[in-house]
Design a protein around this ligand. Structure first.
Ligand SMILES: *Cc1c(COP(=O)(O)O)cnc(C)c1O
Length: 226
């Protein structure tokens, strides 16, 4: 077993333990392996270890990596900032975009998503802890944006994504993740058909799962330090 395969196994065990502690079925949490800055060989190792969903931040880097990995049936998730001039690359190359935070970006993705591909799966990035310098939609603006995105062809609105600032301990992490969870529940009560709460990384995946995360995005614990 390679180091990456061993690391993957340990991350799966962390997820399973967190699900057990939260009384949630382990099948409710998807592991996204964040391969940003690592080369195609690292992705191949993780694939050999059974990993199928990969997250990338830097769109240009990701597209170059994908070209070297065409032979692998992996699912690519865009988890980095999406500028207007990068929407076409995202629409044409990724299965998911987690970081939609403006209607204009969603509209471009909708227009540019090729007919030959399935709908692009979309999450709205929410600035849940209201960090002044952070990207993401303010919580009070999410419902209106979600309703607009849900109308756009070629996109499938799946839910919310957050990147909270690092918090000192489990309870503090969980408190922030619970805000995202409350917003997620509220949108569902308002009739939005969403099922994905993308939150939790290497340092806080247990707290995220305790708060209801359905997709954790883990880089360092699988591939090592960047
Ligand atoms: C880098 C990154 C991750 C993974 O972070 P780790 O702490 O390495 O697990 C998850 N989500 C986003 C948006 C990232 O940029």
């Amino acid at each position: 077993m390679t180091t990456i395969e061993g690391n993957l196994q340990r991350v799966r065990e962390r997820i399973a333990a967190a699900c057990l502690a939260a009384g949630r079925p382990v099948t409710h949490v998807t592991l996204l392996a964040v391969s940003k800055t690592f080369g195609p060989e690292a992705v191949r190792e993780a694939f050999a270890g059974g990993q199928r969903a990969f997250g990338e931040n830097y769109i240009q880097e990701a597209v170059e990596k994908m070209a070297l990995l065409r032979d692998l049936p992996v699912e690519w998730h865009c988890i980095g900032p999406i500028q207007s001039n990068k929407t076409r690359l995202v629409a044409e190359n990724f299965s998911w975009a987690h970081t939609v935070d403006r209607l204009k970006i969603a509209e471009r993705l909708s227009q540019q998503r090729p007919e030959s591909l399935p709908e692009l799966q979309v999450c709205i990035q929410v600035n849940v802890d209201a960090g002044a310098t952070k990207s993401g939609v303010a919580p009070g603006e999410v419902l209106a944006l979600a309703r607009q995105i849900a109308q756009l062809p070629r996109l499938h609105l799946r839910g919310l994504m957050t990147i909270p600032d690092p918090a000192p301990d489990f309870e503090a992490q969980k408190a922030v993740h619970l805000k995202a969870r409350a917003l997620f529940d509220e949108l569902r009560q308002m009739g939005l058909d969403i099922d994905t709460l993308s939150m939790g990384m290497t340092g806080d995946l247990e707290a995220a799962i305790a708060a209801g995360s359905t997709m954790v995005r883990v880089g360092t614990a699988i591939f090592g330090k960047r």
